[in-house]
Design a protein around this ligand. Structure first.
Ligand code: GTP
Length: 357
């Protein structure tokens, strides 16, 4: 990605739903990707995972109960300041919310952070499929939390019979109306859903690692269709800024991430625009075209239960259609609203959409 900013993912979910298990899975399968974690209690994170996480050490262990209640925005910034130091070379930061935390508070704190090296990376909500109905009854706030999520992982799929799992998934999808919903056992989701994996030197993409062999990927085998779609778009035809914005403004529920580069052709011949979208959050990063680089739009869309042919068609319709369709500079205004200005704040409106609800 062109953005040098580190995505900050908020990982939330009710007590015992499997947040730490999912985090450990991410750390185990990260390989070349360096993940910083903020948790309430380091004791739950496996030693193998800690080795992968690198030298972050105890500096990020808050050790004071609920992160959200005990740390105000300025303190969160202090931890983010430590974790975003260039010498750590982290690629992503995951904040595991205490099971009792209000996730929207954490999301708000991440969005309000003045740290220019980070960008919001989405709210991931973990649900215990086996306890889902009981949890909802006892804790009505569950519905509200789900409504805020960008990605919901319906975990413990191994503990629920097929039809019941479908029923839980459907209910979750209805409550988490704008989120992508995936099922998993033991938190084994594809890390690509949450962040870009860095392929380590000497490793071939897709090659099995020692972790794959040790831990397997039972979830994917158990639920081959319950995963997600990845759509790639690469074209030398520039996109029309107004039509791309219309496409993005109406992007469907379940389309969880969008990343890549956009060529707006004559609307801004000097720059390409790196794009980062997670849930309803959207940001563009203009940067001069590297000398000699072919002018291509390259996008990857990741979503669950999305209409792939319709997305492809709608994206193709954003392409500029000959000289009579050449955009003028004003047509870039919609895009520029989602560019962060030099003060670290996006230009008006201050937040493009409402990830915190
Ligand atoms: N059968 C089964 N057990 C799971 C799964 N995921 C997690 N567990 C178990 O559920 C328990 C709780 O998992 P954790 O990952 O600690 O859950 P948590 O959300 O971090 O819990 P808190 O930190 O207490 O909020 C542990 O005993 C896990 O081993 C799963 O998919 N299937």
């Amino acid at each position: 990605m062109g953005t040098q900013q580190i995505p900050v993912v908020v990982l939330a979910g009710f007590l015992g739903s499997g947040k730490t298990t999912l985090l450990n899975h991410l750390l185990r399968s990260a390989r070349g990707t360096r993940i910083g974690v903020m948790v309430n209690d380091f004791g739950d994170i496996g030693i193998d995972a800690m080795t992968v996480a690198g030298q972050v050490g105890s500096t990020v262990s808050l050790g004071n109960g609920c992160l959200c209640c005990a740390v105000d925005a300025s303190e969160l910034d202090e931890y983010l300041e430590v974790l975003t130091r260039p010498e750590l070379g982290l690629d992503v930061i995951v904040i595991e919310a205490s099971g009792l935390a209000e996730p929207q508070e954490l999301v708000r704190m991440v969005l309000a952070s003045e740290n220019q090296r980070i960008v919001y990376g989405g709210l991931v909500q973990v649900v215990d499929a086996a306890e889902f109905h009981a949890t909802r009854e006892r804790h009505p706030e569950t519905d509200r939390h789900l409504a805020l999520a960008d990605l919901v992982v319906v975990n413990k799929a191994d503990r629920v019979a097929g039809q019941d799992l479908v029923a839980v998934r459907d209910t979750v999808a209805r409550l988490a109306e704008r989120a992508a919903v995936v099922t998993a056992a033991h938190g084994r989701v594809d890390p690509e859903l949450l962040f870009d994996r860095v392929v380590p030197d000497g490793e071939i993409e897709g090659q099995m690692s020692i972790e794959d062999i040790l831990y397997g990927d039972e979830d994917l085998h158990a639920h081959p269709h319950a995963v997600y779609e990845t759509i790639s778009h690469a074209s030398a035809v520039p996109l029309h800024p107004r039509r791309l914005m219309a496409f993005l403004d109406s992007r469907p529920e379940g389309l969880y991430r969008i990343k890549g580069f956009v060529d707006f052709g004559a609307a801004d011949p000097a720059n390409r625009y790196a794009v980062h979208a997670v849930g309803r959050f959207l940001r563009f990063y203009p940067e001069p075209w590297p000398a000699g680089e072919e002018r291509l739009t390259q996008l990857v869309l990741i979503g669950a239960a999305v209409d792939v042919p319709a997305l492809r068609k709608n994206l193709a319709a954003c392409e500029q259609d000959g000289p009579q369709d050449t955009p003028d500079e004003q047509s870039m205004w919609g895009v520029l609203r989602y560019v962060q200005n030099s003060e670290g704040e996006p230009s008006e409106p201050s937040e493009p959409s409402e990830p915190a609800g």
